[in-house]
Ligand binder design. Structure first.
Ligand code: ADP
Ligand code: MG
Ligand code: MG
Length: 889
């Protein structure tokens, strides 16, 4: 194998081997741009070194060969006493890890060659400045000396000379500083600063290899999900000098504005400076545009090179350059990072410039960027009064009056107030309050607490686990550190993107992208709409190419209508349990408590028209589009009062001697229905099979609602979905009953109803016997939340808070399997169930309705395995549309 590539040998597609920096230095070299010559040591060499602790045997010779060639082309030798070749030794991995790894400049300077450099350049000051920089950088990164010791010495030299900036130090001062720096190295590292240039270079190369494994580099990779086994390349690049006086300098630039995407001159320049000086803020930089008046020739050349780079990379590039006595040198380029908004703008701008086509434009944006653009934000100019900070659980910016219970949240919001629901933690009882609130703040619980999960699903702002805030729901107040008390009605602002909590109203800027999806803003030519116009076009590309359809998880007409505006092509999951809450709770309690068939039938009879009403509204909102209705899924105890609360109430009543008959029965029922593990207990189809009449009532409500809509000239497309099926027998029993009810309704109304009946696939057994289950199901909807729970044996409500952090830290998974589908495990069950299901029933309709339906990565997987649609919360629909388009293009 070859471990070293000259810059003339590589190209931009060799990032795996040469790292991003090396690959692009090669690309620029081959484009004929002025790049100082050099060579790149591969990531393979690094990996060998890191694995075995030694560099590969062949490396030393290969480096020698390339160094000789470099010396020959430059006409001087590394560290040559009278005319030294100097090089930089630069890190550069496949993915950019800004500032995480090391680079050493001016390698090759020694006590001797510093004199030669001074003579060649005719500038003593410059030579000694370069030498002190080398010892400083080398001491710190290669020999592990505390960098502050050098900085302090430099500072002391400036103070002694009564100057403020480094350029005011003269040759003699810098020479003294070099002596001092060498002494620091000697005492701190226990060795002399090496005078042999090749030794300097070899040590620097090893230091760059080692910098792959520093703690900060590892942490960064974990956060950015960059694999730990890639290694870094090392670039050895002949030095050019921006610190040769006022006609020299160094700068950074973007080929267009990374914030707006607009073309123009964006960057910073610093005269008489080297390397990091520009970004380190040691002196004030000037705007790149000023380079035109400082050095017109270099400026014009730079502009031309930036155009060449854009046309070549067909994207925004960022660059590093240096001017040495009027000669421009390119030191780095890469496709630049940009804001989410700029990503959309740039993609469409490049299409207009004819540089990329629509399919490529789709690859230039991501669903995550779109999601980011959909949240309102606090005005960053505003003055704020922060009172606490929790976990950024669901992004967005929300302002409202503090309320401490759901009842007040609902009451106040009905009268037009905006409220923030503040709880220690939330539970299913808070659902209506959460819906009514602008945002949710809790003092307990993590990213997977009830509040966080539900809020994310609703696209509602949430900060959870703000532990320093003491919530007292009884006294309706919250105390912040320092004794600040927030009473009910006081205005607070919460930022779900940062987790920050503020007292008072912070002004909010709504998302123009949401305004556009809601139909309140049109993609016009106005400058403010530029972003919206770009999003509009990209969404149109995505819709044109995607194969996956996108449906919404929605339980009521309002959500359904919103989902439609966002582009939903139906409802993939309507959870009927949400229709059992609120005022209807009492009816449901009676159903559960019923002792006789007659009692039970009575309460079902009362529930029927209510359910029917819900469905009529839903069918109307989704007229002409499929609506999948899931029959009751959760265990019954969820509809009963809390055991402890109820026990206390009963005990108190008993001690007063006025025990309430109904409460006693309730308590009995609560005990009877108590399960150790309700997630695996009496729920879903199991409920339907043991509570006579329950599913029948629901199916009847669906059928009658559909008939009514048909009478009203509507086009209802209902699909009945049976949850938690594990075997085809369960489905067959429920199905037989359902078919009977539907036939009955057809008979009495005289309307032919085409109701599809299908099932969720959310248990491993269902997936494994999908071929049999498809005999009785017209469609499958993969319930990947439950499937993930049951395949991994993870209780979702518990594990995320208990040990997932440890798992993520140990790298057992890079992301929670509840967030992104586990392709290898859960995914492979989905894949085989798709095949088995279709083998039985070729026209089987296939969808997914777990949280994964709105997750970008997972959408790509569902596209690959050939599902017909994904279903997700209304707010995620545009994201799913976009990612479905990206997956197909
Ligand atoms: P990073 O990856 O942190 O940007 P670099 O390897 O790009 O590190 O180098 C750090 C700084 O030194 C940059 O400003 C770069 O432009 C400059 N630099 C690197 N090599 C040379 C060189 N051969 N001549 C002049 N400046 C250089
Ligand atoms: Mg750089
Ligand atoms: Mg489920």
């Amino acid at each position: 194998v070859k471990f070293v590539y000259d810059f003339t040998e590589g190209n931009k597609d060799l990032k795996d081997l040469l790292g991003g920096k090396g690959a692009n230095l090669a690309e620029m070299t081959n484009l004929g741009l002025p790049v100082p010559p050099g060579f790149t040591i591969t990531t393979e060499a690094c990996k060998t070194y890191l694995d075995s602790g030694e560099e590969p045997a062949a490396l030393r010779d290969e480096v020698s060969t390339h160094l000789k060639a470099l010396e020959a082309s430059m006409g001087k030798k590394l560290g040559q006493a009278d005319n030294p070749l100097l090089v930089s030794v630069r890190s550069g991995a496949k993915f950019s890890m800004p500032g995480m790894m090391d680079t050493v400049l001016n390698i090759g300077l020694s006590d001797k060659s510093v004199q030669g450099l001074a003579q060649q350049a005719g500038d003593d000051r410059f030579a000694w400045d370069s030498y002190r920089r080398l010892i400083q950088m080398f001491g710190k990164t290669v020999l592990g000396v505390d960098g502050e010791l050098f900085e302090d010495a430099l500072e002391a030299a400036k103070v002694a000379k009564k100057v403020t900036v480094d350029t005011e130090l003269e040759a003699a001062d810098l020479k003294k500083l070099v002596t001092k720096f060498k002494r620091i190295v000697k005492t701190e590292a226990g060795r002399d600063f090496p005078q042999d240039p090749r030794e300097q270079m070899d040590l620097a190369i090893h230091a760059v290899f080692d910098s792959w494994n520093t703690d900060r580099a590892k942490l960064y990779r974990r956060q950015e999900r960059i694999p730990h086994d890639l290694g870094t390349a090392v670039n050895v690049c002949s030095m050019v000098f921006g610190n040769l006086g006022p006609d020299s300098g160094t700068g950074v630039a973007f080929t267009r504005d990374p914030a707006s995407g607009h073309q123009g001159v964006y960057g910073d320049y610093l005269q008489n400076a080297q390397g990091e000086d520009v970004v380190a803020g040691i002196r004030n930089t000037v705007a790149l545009a000023e380079l035109e008046s400082i050095d017109k020739k270099s400026y014009d050349q730079l502009m031309q090179i930036m155009e060449t780079l854009e046309n070549h990379y067909k994207d925004l590039c960022d660059i590093e350059f240096t001017i040495e006595r009027g000669q421009l040198w390119m030191l780095q380029t890469r496709v630049g990072k940009r804001t989410a908004g700029a990503a959309f703008r740039i993609a469409t701008q490049l299409v207009d410039q004819g540089l990329i086509d629509e399919a490529e434009a789709l690859q230039r944006v991501t669903g995550a960027q779109l999601a980011q653009l959909m949240f309102p934000r606090f005005d960053d100019q505003a003055k704020v009064d922060q009172i606490g900070r929790g976990i950024a659980a669901s992004p967005g910016a929300a302002v409202g009056k503090a309320v401490f219970d759901s009842y007040t949240a609902i009451k106040w919001s009905r009268s037009g107030e905006k409220v923030i629901l503040i709880r220690r933690e939330t539970n299913p009882d808070d659902l209506d309050g959460m819906i009514a609130a602008e945002g949710i703040l809790t003092s307990r619980g993590g990213k997977t607490s009830h509040a966080a999960v539900v809020a994310r699903g609703m696209g509602k702002t949430c900060v959870c686990g703000a532990e320093e805030l003491e919530v007292d729901t009884k006294r309706r107040r919250m105390t912040a550190p320092g004794g600040v008390v927030i009473e009910e009605g006081d205005v607070v602002s919460i930022d779900g993107s940062t987790g920050k909590v503020y007292l008072g109203e912070v002004p909010v800027v709504p998302s123009p992208v949401v305004e556009y999806f809601e139909g309140r803003m049109h993609a016009g030519a106005d400058d403010a709409d530029e972003l919206v116009a770009a999003v509009h076009r990209i969404m149109a590309y995505a819709d044109r190419v995607r194969r996956l359809r996108v449906r919404a998880n929605a339980d009521n007409a309002e959500d359904a209508l919103r989902a439609r505006r966002f582009g939903a092509q139906g409802i993939g999951l309507c959870r009927t349990e949400h229709m059992f809450l609120g005022d209807r709770r009492e009816l449901v309690e009676r159903l559960i408590l019923a002792d006789t068939d007659a009692e039970r039938e009575d309460s079902l009879k009362e529930l029927l028209p209510l359910q029917k009403r819900d469905f009529i509204e839903l069918f109307e909102a989704m007229d002409g589009l499929p609506v999948t209705i899931r029959l009751l899924d959760p265990p019954l105890h969820e509809f009963l009062p809390d055991v402890t609360e109820l026990s206390v109430r009963v005990a108190l009543a008993e001690s007063r001697g006025d025990a309430n008959e109904n409460d006693l029965r309730l308590l009995q029922a609560v005990h009877r229905l108590h399960e150790q593990n309700p997630m695996l207990g009496l729920r879903g189809v199991r409920l339907g099979l043991v509570i006579p009449g329950l599913f029948t009532m629901q199916v009847r409500a669906i059928a009658e609602a559909a008939a009514e809509r048909r009478n009203a000239k509507g086009d209802p497309r209902a699909e009945v979905m049976i949850p938690l099926v594990g075997t085809v027998q369960e489905l067959e029993i429920v199905r037989e009953e359902a078919d009977r009810v539907i036939a009955e309704v057809q008979e009495t109304t005289g309307i032919e109803l085409k109701l599809a009946i299908g099932t969720m696939i959310e248990l491993p057994r269902a997936a494994l016997t999908a071929g049999q289950i498809a005999e009785a199901a017209e469609f499958f909807s993969f319930g990947t939340n439950d499937l993930t729970q049951t395949v991994w044996g993870f209780s979702r409500d518990d594990v995320e808070a208990s040990f997932f952090t440890a798992y993520l830290e140990k790298g057992i998974f890079g992301v929670s399997p509840f967030e992104t589908i586990d392709r290898d495990g859960v995914g492979s069950l989905v894949r085989s169930a798709v095949q088995a299901g279709r083998a039985t029933r070729p026209d089987l309709k296939l969808g997914v309705c777990g949280e994964h339906g709105g997750d970008p990565e997972s959408v790509h997987f569902f596209h690959e395995v050939g599902l017909d649609y994904v279903s997700c919360s209304p707010f995620r629909i545009p994201v799913a549309r976009l990612e479905a388009g990206r997956a197909a293009s």
